[in-house]
Design a protein around this ligand. Structure first.
Ligand SMILES: Cc1cc2nc3c(=O)[nH]c(=O)nc-3n(C[C@H](O)[C@H](O)[C@H](O)COP(=O)(O)OP(=O)(O)OC[C@H]3O[C@@H](n4cnc5c(N)ncnc54)[C@H](O)[C@@H]3O)c2cc1C
Length: 300
């Protein structure tokens, strides 16, 4: 990365604390921080980062993002592309639009497919990127098209069958650029709202919903349920520094005493080692760790 980079030519902050922008409440400062409120602003920010070979990160609600304690030595682009239009089951949304709000609106109108979204504190873009889901429902089931901005500033509309997706994985996780909008096509179902209420109350009963967390930390392994395995080994409540395994849901790590990314890393490693010893399986992380990328970063 060039050491001398001119200040971004768009409204931005310098050294904004990232802990404020993750539901985990963890993370040091971003070198540059800006909010893209429309597609053109997102394009300018991507082009600027590319021109100066500056690492960048597209941020939704930060509900799956573990920032480094040293922060991020690059440009963090907060996605503020809002907007939601709907007509007869077709919902066109900006990627910064609230995913739970989309779930609530669609179910209230009697549409089925995104009931599960109501409890997920995400943006539409983050939910697409992760293929967020709960139970048998996942984001890609209801997805029709995605508007995508490449690093070179070209806007492409992908049809769903041009994309790859699986359990909490999508082709976007291997691409550079930004999801800027999407279209979902939903079908009518009278019970949609009642179904959503049931899902929400189950979530509130079984998850530490009001605590600082990133949701489930580990992907479920083939033929197993990560949370169940962690609970069976008696690891609920296990603590490193300011973070601990939730006593309510064993696949959640909660930041209940002003923990750090280092605490989280150590706790994750302890869990992985115990599970590997007992089950012979390495638990993979579902959360996204964002490396610092700065000059003294020896890990990259
Ligand atoms: C209490 C709680 C409950 C949760 N429950 C669930 C659940 O039931 N199911 C589930 O799947 N997840 C769940 N999660 C995890 C999380 O909400 C999802 O992974 C969600 O999809 C993340 O969305 P986000 O907007 O917060 O993304 P962020 O955390 O901001 O970003 C996640 C990744 O997506 C990328 N990204 C985000 N937006 C864009 C974009 N516009 N273009 C390109 N890349 C982008 C980021 O760069 C990053 O790599 C939960 C989290 C919490 C805190």
């Amino acid at each position: 990365m060039p050491s001398c980079i001119p200040s971004p030519p768009f409204p931005h902050f310098q050294r904004k604390e990232l802990a404020e922008y993750s539901t985990f409440g963890i993370g040091g400062p971003a070198r540059f921080f800006a909010c893209a409120q429309n597609v053109q602003a997102m394009r300018e920010m991507l082009l600027y980062a590319k021109a100066y070979q500056l690492p960048y990160f597209i941020l939704g609600k930060g509900s799956n993002t573990l920032f480094d304690d040293r922060g991020f030595d690059g440009l963090v682009i907060l996605n503020g592309i809002e907007g939601c239009e709907h007509h007869e089951g077709v919902f066109k949304v900006g990627s910064g639009y609230s995913f739970p709000r989309l779930g609530q609106i669609s179910a209230k109108l009697g549409y089925h497919g995104l009931e599960f979204a109501a409890g997920i504190p995400a943006t539409v873009g983050g939910a697409i990127f992760m293929n967020a889901g709960a139970g048998p429902q996942q984001t890609f089931d209801a997805l029709h098209t995605v508007d995508y901005l490449t690093e070179e500033g070209a806007l492409i509309t992908f049809k769903k069958d041009q994309l790859q997706w699986g359990y909490r994985s999508t082709s976007f996780q291997h691409q550079k650029g930004a999801i800027v909008g999407a279209c979902f096509v939903l079908s009518k179902q009278e019970e949609a709202q009642a179904h959503q209420r049931k899902l929400l109350s189950y979530r509130l009963e079984t998850q530490p919903y009001k605590m600082k967390s990133l949701g489930c930390v580990f992907r479920n392994p083939q033929g197993g349920i990560a949370g169940k395995w962690i609970e069976e080994l008696g690891l609920k409540g296990l603590r490193v520094g300011g973070v601990s395994v939730s006593t309510k849901h064993a696949n959640f790590i909660v930041n209940d005493q002003e923990g750090s990314a280092q605490d989280v890393s150590e706790l994750i490693q302890k869990i992985q080692e115990r599970i590997y010893k007992e089950k012979g399986v390495f638990l993979e992380e579902e959360i996204r760790r964002i490396p610092y990328t700065g000059p003294e970063d020896v890990s990259s």
